[in-house]
Design a protein around this ligand. Structure first.
Ligand code: DX5
Ligand code: ZN
Length: 219
């Protein structure tokens, strides 16, 4: 059974209340908040994400899954700890060295928030194996980070398979989240590859019955 984290990236500010309410009724497991700073990726979603978070805090108790696509990771970790998310995930590629990755992981955990590490499609799993014992979730980007509505890159599911067997062989307790281009058409492959949490944006938001779509994604 896969959990669904619905990305609000493609939801306009004006539609925020209705969409967030409808997603709660449709039983999304998480709201996926894509924070882009206009530096690590071209898009800047900071204002939009702030307004979505305000709405979530007012009308829902569904946990928030923060995905930081930012250059200054420390700055945004401090900022987003304040919204008391369920988990904060940052991009491995934004850090200079492994010591810094480790210190950010420790800092997030010290603040009683779960920690995730995200890797872009081209980043090799070998770069992150050493962090697996210390994190709750590894986010495998199945598209290039930066925008919604892209097509899933099939090779990234091979990385999920390899990671899944590595986690099992080493008795690690790490969830695998996949993010980007996931839809009803490919959710079967995503699940079979070993994904525990699937981030879905346009694959839900663009459909006319969120409840039905989420039910079918989770089946
Ligand atoms: C892309 C974001 C994804 C994206 C998913 O950089 O991290 O979460 O919003 O949207 P879809 O499902 O439309 O690819
Ligand atoms: Zn994301």
């Amino acid at each position: 059974m896969v959990e669904i984290s619905t990305s609000l990236l493609s939801v306009e500010k004006e539609k925020s209340i209705k969409v967030i309410y409808d997603l709660e009724v449709a039983h999304t497991d998480y709201y996926h908040i894509d924070v882009m700073d206009g530096e690590f990726v071209e898009n800047d979603t900071r204002e939009l994400m702030k307004s979505h978070i305000e709405v979530i805090k007012q009308i829902s108790n569904i946990p928030i899954d923060v995905h930081l696509m930012v250059q200054d990771v420390k700055k945004y970790v401090y900022e987003y700890l304040d919204i008391i998310p369920n988990i904060i995930t940052f991009q491995y590629e934004a850090l200079k060295d492994k010591q810094e990755v480790k210190s950010i992981i420790d800092y997030i955990k010290k603040n009683n928030v779960k920690v995730g590490l995200a890797i872009k499609p081209k980043t090799e799993l070998e770069e992150i194996y050493e962090f697996l014992p210390y994190i709750h979730m590894l986010l495998i980007m199945t598209v290039e980070p930066g925008k919604g509505g892209q097509a899933l890159i099939p090779e990234t599911l091979d990385k999920v398979r390899v990671l899944k067997s590595y986690i099992n062989e080493n008795n690690l307790e790490v969830d695998i989240e996949a993010d980007g281009g996931i839809k009803l058409e490919n959710i079967k492959d995503v699940k079979e590859a070993g994904v525990d949490i699937a981030v879905v944006g346009t694959g839900i938001i663009k459909t006319d019955n969120y409840k039905e779509t989420i039910k079918r994604l989770k089946e």
